[in-house]
Design a binder for this molecule. Structure first.
Ligand SMILES: Cc1ncc(COP(=O)(O)O)c(C=O)c1O
Length: 270
């Protein structure tokens, strides 16, 4: 069952018209989070970011925050899975001239069963010179990394690492952290303010020195450990980038500790 513009509909009936501005011009935002055993994880942070993305994009949200929270709980109730991925999507609505946003946004809330990859499996990245156009907004636009899927397959990479002007920013759908001499560092500029990133920064400072600042590509490749974070991944070790292997090519000791701490943090936030 899917929420679409004020109604809850069976999945096959939830359809948007082809004049939707998200389809025609890519003008739209979304947010994604999980519900575990019916309990949404970090829901208030995701509502905050969805509202912020909408504001920065100039998109009016047709429902109040309270109503949106109720809709999410209803979608969780109607899609009873142990692990559910919830997506809120909002576009510029049905545009009369195919360009100007409608005063009425199109709003969708949907839930799909979800699975995590095992925490001891790392990822390999391929660096790519790019910076998302408006990094603080979670827009619908992922054309650059999607276009790179074929190239990634050719070089044996699982995802991309964005860099520009000698500084790294993030991966296609997750934030990046490096670990050097037990210090945890994550870029501040050019990255989405990930909800997972925010929680890690919060709890990691009780155990380690934590810095939010520019990270050069050189510093990246000299890191002891690298990991990536996001709602779909939690914390995943980056074992390799452009054939450079970090540490012993497995999950580093600090990455492992943070993985455990994040599970605790999730439990405390349900
Ligand atoms: C570009 C980008 N950066 C970072 C993230 C990680 O954010 P979060 O931890 O809120 O999932 C995501 C995914 O949401 C993303 O799309």
């Amino acid at each position: 069952m899917i929420y679409l513009n004020g109604e809850i509909l069976p999945t096959e009936k939830a359809q948007l018209h082809v004049s939707d501005l998200g389809l025609l011009r890519g003008y739209g935002i979304f947010d994604f989070f999980r519900a575990i055993d019916g309990q949404p994880i970090f829901i208030e942070d995701h509502l905050d970011r969805f509202h912020n993305s909408a504001k920065l994009m100039g998109l009016p949200i047709p429902e109040s925050r309270e109503k949106l929270r109720e809709i999410i709980h209803e979608i969780i109730r109607l899609n009873p899975h142990k692990l559910l991925g919830i997506k809120m999507i909002m576009t510029g609505g049905y545009s009369e001239d195919g360009y100007t946003p409608s005063p009425k946004s199109n709003l969708v809330v949907m839930g799909k069963p979800f699975e995590f990859k095992p925490a001891d499996v790392g990822m390999k990245l391929m660096s790519m010179e790019y910076r998302r156009e408006i990094p603080e907004i979670k827009t619908l636009n992922y054309i650059v990394p999607i276009r790179a899927i074929q190239q990634m397959k050719t070089v044996g990479a699982d995802d991309v690492l964005y860099y520009q002007n000698g500084k790294i920013s993030e991966s296609s759908r997750s934030n990046i952290f490096i670990v050097k001499d037990e210090k945890i560092i994550t870029p501040l500029d050019g990255a989405l303010f990930g909800v997972t990133r925010k929680h890690i920064l919060n709890f990691a400072k009780n155990h380690f020195t934590v810095e939010e600042r520019d990270v050069s590509t050189q510093e990246y490749f000299e890191a002891d450990e690298v990991f990536t974070t996001g709602s779909t991944k939690r914390i995943v070790a980056i074992t390799e980038t452009d054939k450079h292997i970090f540490g012993n090519g497995g999950v580093g000791k600090i990455t492992k500790k943070l993985q455990d701490l994040l599970l605790e943090e999730e439990k405390n936030n349900r």
